[in-house]
Design a protein around this ligand. Structure first.
Ligand SMILES: [Fe+2]
Length: 215
């Protein structure tokens, strides 16, 4: 086969040829076409999907849309969380829906109402943000965390949690100590914390980009 013909083949055709010639063997009950499509899709992936994490028992549907979860006078360290929502091809996902829920400063979830719960919609650049407080610790969980359920058309739903590198549980070394919380399976979910403002008006800032798998 000439190199010119080689370059004229699409990647899918090349994969089909590899299968026909024995360069790729299908050891699966799934069809060749389906396996070639899946192979091709994975090859095009530019970003790793965000690791999933447990939903937990305190999820509530239909939280109101609010970017300000922190009310005036609420105790705790003010916290701003923001990020962008992508798919594994690196495409931004405008209009992705993010449901977030967390405890207050004292480690209490609002079971009756919707304090520290929100349904957010990413903007045209896939960007989301909300203001809150640093969540507290509570007896059933080791680390501070914010739960997140993300959905977008054409993508698999993502259920995950955000953790904080500043958490006292990590003793300043999340690389070494992130498994002290048995629910943290990925270091990637522990995000760096940036402090801004001044001592009278301090605020923690965390970026948490989210990457969804295509459906
Ligand atoms: Fe939780």
């Amino acid at each position: 086969m000439s190199s010119r013909l080689l370059f004229s083949l699409s990647r899918r055709e090349m994969l089909q040829k590899c299968m026909a010639m024995g360069a790729i063997t299908i050891a699966s009950s799934v069809s060749r076409d389906a396996m070639a499509a899946a192979f091709e899709a994975r090859e095009r992936e530019l970003r790793k999907p965000t690791p999933s994490n447990d939903l937990g028992p305190f999820y509530k549907r239909r939280a109101p849309n609010s970017m300000n979860l922190r009310a005036t006078g609420d105790p705790g360290l003010p916290l701003g969380v923001s990020g962008r929502v992508f798919d594994t091809l690196g495409q931004i996902l405008p209009q992705a829906t993010l449901e977030v829920w967390q405890t207050d400063h004292y480690g209490h979830y609002d079971i009756e109402g919707y304090r520290y719960r929100s349904t957010l919609i990413a903007d045209s650049q896939g960007e989301y943000k909300f203001d809150s407080v640093m969540p507290g610790h509570y007896p059933d969980r080791v680390c501070q965390h914010i739960h997140c359920l993300v959905t977008a058309p054409g993508c698999k739903p993502l259920i995950t949690q955000l953790y904080f590198a500043s958490d006292r549980v990590f003793d300043g070394d999340p690389d070494r100590n992130f498994t002290r919380d048995p629910l943290i399976h990925s270091r990637e979910l522990v995000r760096p914390v940036i402090l801004t403002g001044d001592p009278k008006d301090i605020k923690a800032i965390v970026r948490f980009d989210l990457c969804l798998e295509r459906a």
